[in-house]
Design a protein around this ligand. Structure first.
Ligand code: HEM
Length: 207
């Protein structure tokens, strides 16, 4: 059980972090807003390294939104499938015959205007924040990165905490640039790895 949990969590988190740092390097406006939030909300202990605990990291709404936006556009598990034991009717009105495999792609769903609106291709953390400044909840039939229903990801909450803690600590201390001309594209397989990896320059921030 422990091995299963470690295996399920390790690569997914690693893939999500790579796409997160790439998204920050490509969206300086978003990166500045994340850094401003970290500056305004230091943790109680180890302020210099911005090492947040679980409770503190849950107060960082904009960082949460930036992580969710990364997971929306770059779901670490881009394609999933389910097997219909019996005839079924999907919410879309499509009939499924018994013993049919149904594939769905969280990667494609993130790029569908019907699901996310005309700005679906934009990296826009604001879509995860309500007018009152709270976290916008999105049902799993729209945001399928962690799957939905009885077989949804058991590690969703712990993943979000881990991602935020690591992202805050690294982003606060280091500036990351993608090496000029490095090609970034997706390697569409079980995991949404970058086809050529991510080559970056890293320097200490002067904070
Ligand atoms: C960003 C990180 C993660 C993503 C995107 C993710 C995504 C998913 C998805 C899509 C499924 C459904 C697979 C299926 O339908 O067969 C799943 C299942 C599962 N995940 Fe995650 N996962 C992540 C991290 C984790 C972590 C950190 C853990 C453990 C600590 C974990 C534990 C599990 C387990 C145990 C299942 C199987 C649930 C079941 O079949 O009842 N995941 N995950």
């Amino acid at each position: 059980m422990v091995i299963n949990l470690l295996a399920a969590g390790r690569s997914t988190i690693a893939v999500a972090l790579v796409w997160f740092f790439w998204s920050m390097a490509n969206n300086p406006r978003v990166e500045s807003k994340v850094l401003a939030e970290l500056a305004a909300n230091p943790p109680a202990v180890n302020r210099q390294h911005r090492l947040y605990n679980e409770e503190e990291v849950n107060c960082l709404t904009y960082l949460h939104a930036a992580i969710m936006e990364t997971l929306r556009l770059y779901p670490p598990l881009p394609i999933n499938h389910k097997w219909a034991m019996e005839a079924d009717l999907l919410p879309s009105g499509h009939h499924v015959r018994p013993k049919t495999r149904v594939f769905f792609s969280a990667y494609a769903m993130a790029r569908m205007e019907d699901v996310w609106g005309p700005d679906c291709n934009e990296f826009k953390p604001e879509r995860w924040i309500t007018e009152k400044g709270e976290i916008q909840l999105v049902p799993s039939h729209r945001f399928a990165t962690f799957n939905g229903g009885p077989r949804s990801c058991l590690g969703k909450e712990v993943s979000l905490i881990q991602l935020k803690i690591v992202a805050a600590a690294i982003l606060w201390r280091y500036k990351i640039w993608v090496v000029d001309g490095h090609p970034v594209s997706v390697a569409m397989s079980t995991m949404l790895n970058m086809k050529h990896g991510l080559r970056v320059w890293i320097s200490h921030r002067s904070t």
